[in-house]
Ligand binder design. Structure first.
Ligand SMILES: Nc1nc2c(c(=O)[nH]1)N[C@H]1C(S)=C(S)[C@@H](COP(=O)(O)OP(=O)(O)OC[C@H]3O[C@@H](n4cnc5c(N)ncnc54)[C@H](O)[C@@H]3O)O[C@H]1N2
Ligand code: MOO
Length: 434
């Protein structure tokens, strides 16, 4: 089942495209496509409570508030001796008498009179009156006497203050945060066993084309194995979606309609690959258009030119639709630059701009202004320490090998022209994409 909220809240696509400056479905810049998608796609907003460990990779549905200060006490940042800073001479030296020991989990409870100190271990609660810790490496010990030389210490050193990580009542994390390992640890540091997250997004996907064969089938004359199904599965899985794999669907109007309806009735978003260009056997466009509010674009980009976007409905259920081009690299490029952000937005995640590195182009890159190009490339370290990049060979949109060998995309922006060897270019590492 999917949530009715998706369709009830969805704005009108025609209205949105009419508001986008210079909208031309036959030559749409990447930034315009992203703008339309951003305006059209709505977060799902169905929350659930899950165990902390199950929240990794999920999106927080509400702020996490610290119920107490973290750490809850002033404590030692080093193994050594806790002392009163007022006992230090102007040059930082002191001679103190050791009167006891405080361990992490076993604090020293007595008074520490002036001129005295307490042996202390990292993490142990600071004894009352003490505000400074001298690391043991600096001390000379003679019986119960602890001598601190000049110049190694000043008042307040090596004391971790109560609440220095988090203050009681303050948000430790904000709603919309996609939870990473440090966030899981931070929530654990508050003693919280469960967390409210938005429910997982359900995404159905299918591949279309009569030439496609599934793994396990014989590769008949003129056919190719359906690899898009696997790259899509992998990208969706890394994004934390629940996937519904509808396999290969023949390029036949009835079969396509049945599959799209099934996808739409069981998912929040539907992704197809193939059949969105202008080929004679392509029924995909007509079937998509018959099921909802769908626009067909020719995007000013390479690879990934044709794409369909909108919302389809079946039996009262609405789902976002992304009709991606069939070529295997075009599928990945359009997914990373359009679908990924839309799905994260539906998941309730606060969006961060993708991190672009500025690196040295190792070779000349030919490019004409007026479209965005994503070239598959590796990162290298130059002898002078700078990062550089070179493409991984043939950039044809069917060549998956050059994608697999790459560390990321060289991004040649819409207005940009050719880049000469030695100039700086933007590089989008794949690691930033998921
Ligand atoms: N006259 C024109 N021809 C083409 C245009 C155009 O604008 N005018 N655009 C080209 C571009 S760019 C692309 S990309 C493709 C996209 O066309 P479709 O989305 O209709 O995709 P198909 O024709 O179905 O397939 C293209 C290509 O990719 C292979 N493919 C498809 N699905 C899979 C899969 N699941 N796994 C592996 N490979 C797949 C398919 O066999 C084709 O070779 O159109 C250009 N043509
Ligand atoms: O969408 Mo296409 O990849 O540019 O061949």
């Amino acid at each position: 089942m999917n949530t009715p909220t998706t369709s009830e809240l969805a704005p009108d696509l025609a209205q949105i495209v009419s508001c986008v400056a210079g909208y031309d479905p036959n030559a749409l810049p990447v930034s315009r496509v992203q703008e339309v998608i951003r305006r059209f796609v709505q977060p799902l907003r169905v929350a659930e409570r899950v165990d902390l460990r199950a929240a990794l990779g999920r999106v927080l549905a509400e702020d996490v508030i610290a119920p107490q200060d973290v750490p809850a006490h002033d404590n030692a940042g080093m193994d050594g001796y806790a002392l009163r800073g007022a006992d230090l001479a102007a040059d930082g030296s002191a001679a103190l008498r050791r009167i006891g020991t405080g361990l992490a989990g076993h604090e020293f409870r007595g008074d520490v009179p002036p001129g005295c100190c307490v042996r202390i271990m990292t993490g142990a609660v600071m004894p009352a009156g003490c505000d400074t810790v001298v690391p043991q490496e600096f001390c000379r010990i003679e019986g119960d006497q602890v001598r601190i030389p000049a110049g190694v210490l000043k008042l307040g050193d090596n004391r971790r203050k109560r609440g220095e990580d988090l203050r009681a009542g303050e948000p430790a994390l904000r709603a919309g945060k996609l939870l990473r390992p440090a966030d899981i640890g931070l929530i654990a540091s508050l003693g919280q066993a469960e967390v409210m997250v938005w429910r997982r997004l359900r995404v159905a996907f299918l591949s279309s084309g009569d030439e496609l064969r599934s793994i396990g089938e014989a590769l008949d004359e003129g056919c190719v194995y359906d690899s898009n199904r696997y790259t899509l599965w992998a990208m969706l899985t890394r994004l934390g979606c629940e996937v519904l794999d509808l396999g290969v669907v023949r390029d036949d109007p009835a079969a396509l309609e049945t599959a799209l309806r099934q996808a739409c009735e069981n998912a929040d978003a539907v992704i197809t690959s193939g059949g969105v260009s202008v080929g004679e056997a392509d029924h995909m466009r007509a079937v998509m258009a018959s099921l909802g509010d769908v626009v067909f674009w020719r995007i000013a980009m390479r690879p990934g030119r044709p794409m369909a976007f909108g919302r389809i409905e079946s039996a009262g259920h609405g789902a976002m639709l992304f009709g991606l081009p069939g070529n295997p690299v075009a599928v990945m490029v359009t997914f990373y630059h359009f679908v990924r952000e839309a799905l994260l937005h539906m998941m309730g995640a606060q969006m961060q701009p993708l991190p672009l590195l500025s690196v040295v182009a190792q070779t000349t890159l030919r490019k004409r202004p007026g479209r965005t190009e994503y070239q598959r490339a590796v990162l290298e370290r130059l002898p002078d320490g700078r990062l550089a990049t070179r493409t991984t060979g043939d950039q044809g949109s069917g060549i998956l090998r050059s994608m697999s060998r790459a560390d990321g995309f060289i991004v040649l922006h819409h207005e940009q022209g050719s880049v000469q060897a030695g100039e700086l270019v933007d590089f989008l590492p794949f690691e930033g994409l998921v």
